[in-house]
Design a protein around this ligand. Structure first.
Ligand code: COA
Length: 314
């Protein structure tokens, strides 16, 4: 039997209308545009409106991906949503989204791996497609990070933003997704978390920074080694958009010039599980990717969790 691969049929993205610039943050905490930009590469981020829910943003991104893939919601065999900021404890955001889209009966569930959530969900959907149980899947990464940020803490509130990104995956006889790699180590939970009994995130920024740089360097090497590839075989790096210095460090380890690295962090900030699919959608819409090019997606986040996906653009 011929192997089955999953291929990205289309992408979608959504950013809330409200833009918060560094100058706005200067009015809220003791910080400056120069400090934020120099240490993080962020100039602005989008913030969900008061009445705008996580599922609203997911729906926008999902509908765009479905439209561009020319697929009806009822044709979806699987709906996965990566999020750490659901509107409700249950039903899952995936079930809420399923009802919005008008699909009935397909399995729908959330994946919670913080900033690595989209890579985890993509890896999960890929396994369902490779096994032959699913032909068409919707994978969404969506976050309302503004709801769990402590807006009085200058060391964290400058980093995050809201948004949603989506992909439609279809079974195909050629890749598509070549390999996915996901990992976790719960021993580091306290470095980046919403502590028990609280509803705002805390982070030891310096320690997280160092771990992210080391771990992302390792995951890209693991991905290349498993596929007997070298860094020169990668056309585009699509990294998690946490901090431009973390992105640059990973690109340096791969010897990749920054013009082959997709960066949206300047205008999106860190949108957690939405960051990789938003970056993918942004670059795809700008026509960056050519058929046959190899893309390396990677992410790191709370847990700690980390992962990558190597895929061929079709
Ligand atoms: N504006 C001005 N000064 C700030 C500030 C802000 N927004 N936030 C912190 N500072 C100050 C600190 O208080 C500290 O002052 P001190 O030296 O007087 O104590 C100084 O800047 C340096 O702080 P430090 O935490 O060492 O800075 P940094 O270079 O590590 O940058 C982060 C801080 C948060 C930008 C950086 O650690 C980071 O990006 N970490 C990873 C975050 C991340 O990606 N998390 C999500 C992973 S998915």
């Amino acid at each position: 039997m011929n192997p089955i691969y999953s291929r990205i049929a289309a992408t979608g993205g959504y950013l809330p209308e409200r833009v918060m610039h560094n100058a706005d943050l200067e009015q809220m905490v003791d910080t400056s545009d120069a400090w934020i930009f120099e240490r993080t590469g962020i100039r602005s981020r989008h913030i969900a409106a008061e009445n705008e829910k996580t599922v609203d943003m997911a729906e926008h991104a999902a509908r765009q991906a479905l439209r561009d893939a020319d697929i009806q919601a009822e044709d979806l065999d699987l709906i996965l949503v990566a999020t750490t900021t659901p509107d409700q404890i249950f039903p899952s955001t995936a079930c809420l989204l399923q009802a919005r889209l008008g699909n009935r009966g397909a399995p729908a569930f959330d994946v919670q791996a913080v900033c690595t959530g989209f890579i985890y969900a993509l890896a999960t959907a890929d396994q369902f497609i490779r096994s032959g149980t699913v032909k068409t899947a919707l994978v969404v990464g969506v976050e309302s990070m503004s709801r769990i940020v402590d807006w009085t803490d200058r060391s964290t509130c400058i980093l995050f933003g809201d948004g949603a990104g989506a992909v439609v995956l279809r079974a195909d006889s050629t890749p598509g997704i070549i390999s996915t790699h996901i990992h976790a180590d719960g021993a580091y939970a306290e470095l980046l978390q919403v502590p028990e009994g609280r509803d705002q995130l805390t982070m030891q920024g310096n320690a997280v920074f160092r771990m992210a740089v080391r771990t992302l360097g390792d995951i890209v090497q693991e991905t290349l080694a498993e596929n007997q590839m070298g860094a020169e075989d990668i056309d585009w790096l699509v990294p998690h958009q946490a901090n431009i210095r973390i992105i640059q460090a990973t690109a340096d380890k791969l010897n990749m010039p920054m013009d082959r690295v997709v960066t949206t962090v300047e205008h999106h900030g860190n949108t957690s599980a939405a960051s990789v699919p938003l970056a993918l959608d942004d670059a795809a819409r700008r026509g960056c990717f050519k058929a046959g090019q190899n893309l390396l997606l990677e992410a790191f986040g709370g847990g700690f969790t980390w992962g990558s996906a190597l895929l061929r653009w079709a």
